[in-house]
Design a protein around this ligand. Sequence first.
Ligand code: ZN
Length: 675
Amino acid sequence: MGKISLMLVLAGVLMAVLGVSDEALAKGDDAAFWNARPDAATFARVQEERVQKAQAALDRLLAVKGKRTLQNTLAPYDEVLLYLDAAGQQAGLMQEVHPDAAFRSTAEKISQKVSAFSTDLSLNRAVYDALSAIDTSGADAETRYYVERTLRDFRLAGVDKDEATRRKIKALRDELVLIGQEFSRNIRDDKRTVTVNDVKELEGLPADYIERHKPGPDGKITLTIDYPDSLPVFSYARNEALRKRMYIAYNNRAFPNNMAVLDRLIAKRHELANLIGFKTWADYITADKMVQTSKNASTFIDRIVQASTARAEREYQVLLKRKQQDVKDAKNINAWEFSYYSELVRKASYDFDTQSVRPYFPYDRVKQGVLDVTGKLFGVTFKQVKDAPVWNKDVECYEMFENGRLVGRFYLDMHPREGKYSHAAQFGVRTGVAGKQIPEAVLVCNFPGGIAGDPGLMEHDDVVTFFHEFGHLLHTLFAGRHKWVGIGGISTEQDFVEAPSQMLEEWTWDPTVLQSFARHYKTNEPIPTELVKQMRRAAEFGEGLRVRRQMVYARLSLSIYDREPGKVNTDALVKQITEQYQPFPFVEDTHFQTAFGHLDGYSAVYYTYMWSLVIAKDMFSQFDKANMLAPGVAKLYRDRVLAPGGSKPAAKLVEDFLGRPFNFEAWQKWLNEGS
Ligand SMILES: [Zn+2]
């Protein structure tokens, strides 16, 4: 997942990932966002000024007397967004990456201010009335769509309700933020552990794992339920009892604390949806998505479940056969045995060790590979800006050129450091606006490398992540040439935004593409074709069962929000859906829903991951698998899908590229036969 989706959820109506620098506005074109190293106070002052300018533009909009026009109403409204989102995005970035803790907390305060401003704006009836009064009949298609979408988003925020209702809506939204924070906090703060009485129980785990977990004075070993401790147990521990204990502990995180919190979250969201005029929260939250209704989302999940039946069953039988080598009369695979037997099957059938590809992926080569591959595909070149005064010394600044013209700028903040955002995401800095400012964005990752003398050998997973996040970045840059900031950049539907990135991942599985940059850091030998093929085969095992697991999440996420809260018993739903979609018997006394953070952030729309993957597979079917670096289709894709940004509904963009609406064929073929 990228940062963008989260921003879309958090920002509500103001969903574009935008930004602008005062300097750029002053110069009218291409000055960099980060062209000095301000201290926290200066940074805060610059952003405060933006908020004030947003307020001034808003005041101008409201002061208009007489006929509402694009010029006197939409233009100042778009200017409000321009300033707000610049402040919001830049503060949002700095709170995650600035090396100085005091700077980060200053940035956090600015983010809160911007978000409060945005919430108020989304419920500002006078603004809505003014925008509604614009006559757009003579406007171009993009502008008409912009106004239409904006008005819809205002209505979805509840702006057209009476004042008392709006007050209630605001209070509910504020309360929901607090409940969501409590839900996350309970997950974060659950420090339960699993006790191991004898080091023998750790048999099968890697030596460095056992080394890291020495017995205490009482001879007992303590394991936490965090990923680095729990995942290796599921994959490698030969001791079944240990795996089972870990499974139960892991699936009780934040239980029982979050049971009641989740119920409150569900009830309050339902109440909010009702106030805005929807029957359920699921109906409300899907209304601005490609999927449009909760019923469509439900049908989609059914379809994916149905389509994955054969493969999931096949894989389950393979696992069961493998287990029967160890346990003669085994009748089933238990949930805590899935990873363990998958690993054994992979080793026996595909003879692939994930570590074996790392020497071919030193960070610098991979970075150059990402730039060369995408540059060639999309007809652009990248040039590093040396000595750019960025926020940390290892951050690099690049500019993107097309036919010699500067069209975008980005920053790569790619290696871990203390206090920095610990996942991988693309952050917007400012959306480009035609004739006004070029787009800027940042990749924030935590890859190996960046240390003198360290080749920074990456896992293939890291390479996939790099391409994925770079896909978001290119989307931002290519979509930065619209007239209005509000339809530029990745201001597209939440269930579409991952598709371009998921599609770009395909380039990391092609031997020829990989061989164009992946060379052994010592011998300079390109990665062998056979090794890439082996890696692919190994990665594909378990895909059917993984799809089923994803559908458990998707169905649960939808089900708790698509009915009256009084009819929601989350324990019963978890059990019922798990038994329905997965071949493993349900494990009593587990409650994974209490630590399923997406139930807050994504609420009812977890389906979006699979939805956008179906689209990604379909779009990818247009490319020539035998020559993945051919530029023709890529250029078409760039022009019809990426460049339009949020100026058309996503379904239309996909149709413009495919020449037909998207369908399941390519996805189904991938699932049946591998890509
Ligand atoms: Zn993403």
